[in-house]
Design a protein around this ligand. Sequence first.
Ligand SMILES: [Zn+2]
Length: 143
Amino acid sequence: MKLMADSDTTPLADGASQNWISLALMVVVGGIALASLYMGFKEYGDNNLETAFMYILIGVSGFVAIGFSFFRGQPMAKSSQAKESSKEVDVVTTLECPQCNLKRVRAFKPGDYIFKKDEPCTRCEGNMIITRINARKEQKKKD
Ligand SMILES: [Zn+2]
């Protein structure tokens, strides 16, 4: 007698079915990991520390494997999301020259603080002073 799962296997055809298989694999591994953790805690309760440790190790490595394949499986979605959020909020530093009132806005640099004497003024001999550090949203331009 054959197992149901055996008769259902199909060769890897394209990316979509491969995704499906890795998802099913994740579910199976997750189930095994959960069962292992459960068994581990049960054995721990029975004072079988060595067996418990082995089960918990299997369970934890199962979850680690799932997490690893999950992050590897969607590098595109992950990176595009990070790109989007970094574009949304932009921290800018406003510099002002106290002598000629020249104003300049540049991207925030670590070490910037308000009233710090920054770069020399491009118009006169003075030094520009940081007057404002704020987050600027790319999409909203209203104040
Ligand atoms: Zn100036």
